[in-house]
Design a protein around this ligand. Structure first.
Ligand SMILES: Cc1cc2nc3c(=O)[nH]c(=O)nc-3n(C[C@H](O)[C@H](O)[C@H](O)COP(=O)(O)O)c2cc1C
Length: 341
């Protein structure tokens, strides 16, 4: 049995951060209690709410991490955005929502969240979507935090190492939810996470946490054998008893009508892997790259669809391993994943 020395957990298994609800403190605590390492999902949260979650996590007596969305390029072609907003009007109308055709921008409270983490240091911080400035990374390391960057290519891994991070989360294209790519325009081509880990391994000796497409103990073992110090799972925890994912999302993962996943920009303007549904069918071709503008454009529509259980219009984030996502306590899911180590 191996352990993760960078993260300080007994098992080399990580609850990947899943913003927007699925990462509840109950899920993170259950994973920690079972010997894994858990990230709190700082993305989309107000700094005060994140501070509360951090205070709760300190009570667990084990290391934990906080994940943030680092602001990336925020260019919006306003004409293309307006055209996409028009194309989505019938979707919004189905739930009585009016779309705001003016693109909205925000940096997810970046400066305040960084200040929170500098003033109340946590054991580990990871970033996704972009690489923070070297000074921002150094400031967190100075207060004793292990800093990780999510990377999706060897070039990103090299740049992360040059910026002084302690390790990298190597996310393969099989992963559920948003791709951490620093270039949201990049075509995300299919590849096994083992391949991505091997290619990153050739350019850096930094510790690697591998993420994406885990569907059982065999893949966990393979990823550890190809050089990952720990393996992060998201999708396989979505249906766990402690998961904060909505009932509609949990049920869709097991529903026979969903027969695959697709990488799409249709919901948020940034590539993300989701269960293939009607919304993707109707808008995949015309979707634009414009995050977070498209995220804000569709947010209320997606929220109402979720409330109504309209899975044809929700963003049902899922990795390629979704068919193996089981219900039950997170501890049992983790225990099963550890059986081949
Ligand atoms: C519902 C959902 C939400 C996610 N939210 C985040 C997030 O807030 N930050 C992040 O770095 N990655 C996020 N991801 C990606 C995961 O951290 C992780 O890379 C991915 O789940 C691993 O692939 P898997 O889902 O196939 O296990 C999310 C994934 C899912 C499924």
């Amino acid at each position: 049995m191996t352990s993760s020395s960078l993260l300080g957990s007994e098992l080399p298994l990580v609850a990947a951060p899943m913003a927007g609800g699925p990462t509840s403190t109950a899920l993170a605590e259950a994973v920690t209690d079972a010997g894994g390492f858990a990230f709190l999902a700082g993305g989309y949260q107000k700094p005060a709410a994140l501070a509360e979650q951090i205070a709760t996590a300190r009570g667990w007596g084990s290391p934990f991490g906080v994940n943030l969305f680092a602001p990336g390029p925020d260019r919006v072609d306003t004409a293309a955005f307006a055209a996409y907003a028009r194309a989505l009007e019938p979707e919004a109308a189905a739930h009585g929502v009016e779309l705001d055709p003016a693109p909205r921008s925000d940096d997810d409270h970046w400066a305040d969240k960084l200040a929170l983490l500098r003033e109340n240091p946590v054991p580990v911080v990871s970033f996704t979507f972009a690489l923070p400035a070297a000074g921002e990374i150094a400031a967190l390391r100075r207060v004793g935090t292990v800093v990780l960057a999510t990377v999706t290519t060897p070039a990103e891994a090299r740049a992360a190492e040059e910026s002084g991070v302690d390790g990298v989360v190597v996310q393969g294209p099989a992963a559920g939810g948003h791709s951490g790519t620093w270039d949201p325009d990049r075509a995300i081509t299919e590849a096994a996470t083992t391949e991505v880990v091997r290619s990153v391994r050739t350019v850096t000796g930094l510790p690697i946490i591998a993420a994406g497409g885990v569907d059982g103990p065999g893949v966990v073992r393979e990823l550890v054998h190809c050089g990952a110090q720990a393996v992060a799972v998201g999708t396989l925890l979505l249906r766990a008893d402690e998961s904060g994912a909505s009932a509609a999302h949990k049920n869709a993962l097991a529903a026979p009508e969903f027969t695959g996943t697709t990488i799409t920009r249709a919901f948020t303007g940034r590539p993300a892997r989701a269960l293939h549904n009607g919304f993707i069918d109707r808008h995949q071709g015309e979707a634009i790259t414009a995050y977070p503008a498209v995220h804000h454009l569709t947010r209320e529509l997606r929220r109402r669809a979720g409330q109504a259980g309209d899975t044809g219009r929700m963003h049902l984030w899922a990795g390629t391993g979704y068919r193996s996502a089981r219900t039950g306590p997170a501890a049992a899911i983790l225990g099963h994943l550890a059986t081949a180590l």
